[in-house]
Design a protein around this ligand. Structure first.
Ligand code: ZN
Length: 219
């Protein structure tokens, strides 16, 4: 099914579907679990719009390409153009907040990292960014005080709090906007806490944050 942005409460979303800007190693404990150094500036990469799928529809993972890991991430929908923006402009441009999965072919990524190659083959494939429905930003008084979790088959795998981000949400948008213009309908995935692990067909997922309880199935 073709992806479009939707709001949890059924409010129509007229934003187009744009690019996905992601940040790597934004939680120190996750950087350490993969044996990576904690970066001194955000590590950015992108997924194309074709990576987006609705979490609620369930999603397929590539077969025979090694482990496909879940990375559960607070995800922000951009509603206004941000180019070299101020923090206030970044705050005003957030049109929605939800959770998404930055699906990662970990074995493929490890090979790419070893060779010094870009990560897109491991991270930007079709369906590599399943997203839950968005919640209006007014529901979040403080983007640095959001907890969230992922359970797989009833067992909690990841649990994070946005206060543990190395670069917080608004500062991250500010930084990104100096490099890539963020346009209405773009999405920013803000990095994963520790606990990443492989998914397999048949896994039942539950992603939770305040105001959101999103179920999904790996097909
Ligand atoms: Zn990620």
């Amino acid at each position: 099914m073709k992806y479009s942005h939707v709001f949890l409460d059924g409010t129509p979303c007229h934003l187009p579907v744009g690019k996905v800007v992601c940040v790597g190693r934004n939680y120190a404990a996750h950087a350490r679990e993969l044996g990576n150094a904690v970066p001194d500036a955000p590590i950015l990469f992108m997924k194309p719009a074709t990576a987006l799928v609705a979490l609620a529809d369930g999603f397929a993972i590539p077969a025979d390409r090694g482990e496909c890991h879940h990375e559960t991430e607070i995800t922000v929908l951009i509603g206004k153009t941000l180019k070299a923006a101020s923090l206030a402009e970044c705050r005003a441009a957030i049109a929605g907040v939800t959770l998404g999965l930055d699906l990662t072919l970990r074995d493929v990524q490890n090979e790419l990292k070893k060779k010094g190659y870009p990560w897109e083959v491991a991270k930007a494939f079709d369906g590599a960014a399943p997203l839950a429905a968005f919640i209006a930003p007014e529901a979040f008084a403080d983007f640095t005080d959001v907890d969230f979790s992922l359970s797989v088959n009833g067992v909690q795998r990841q649990s994070g709090h946005s206060a543990d981000m190395i670069t917080p949400v608004l500062e991250l948008l500010l930084y990104i906007s100096r490099i890539f213009t963020l346009e209405p309908g773009d999405v920013v995935m803000t990095g994963t806490p520790e606990g990443v692990a492989a998914l397999k067909p048949g896994d039942r997922l539950l992603l939770e944050m305040p105001g959101l309880r999103a179920e999904s199935l790996v097909r």
